[in-house]
Design a protein. Sequence first.
Length: 139
Amino acid sequence: MSDPSSEGATATAPRRINSGPGVVLLVVYVIFAISAGARAVFQLAVQFHVAPLAYVLSAFSAAVYIVAAVAIGRRRRTLALTAVWIELIGVVGIGLFTVLAPQDFTDATVWSDFGSGYGYVPLILPVLGLIWLFRVRES
């Protein structure tokens, strides 16, 4: 006969930030950190004179992705929430700016046109991240 108190505890135990869908979020954030970071490093080193604002913003987005990935991986929910909120504000703000004033961006950033160059994943990712982070417990 099993202990009913242990069954109830496992059935209702809240998930950790880096379990289940959190693992998928972590992997996507790492991929975006690498891709945005590599792109930004190249653009800043070789093409800075072409579109400095766009390239600095790409580097900033890479930094946000790195912070989000590390926070999720180390189960730092508050830091992850902060990074994901910054990401959402950034992608919406830069997305609006690039749509309303495209002449100010001679080259695209990761967040340009709401992440259209990346299949809109930069817009969808923080929404999914926030949903997940609000559903998990503080670790």
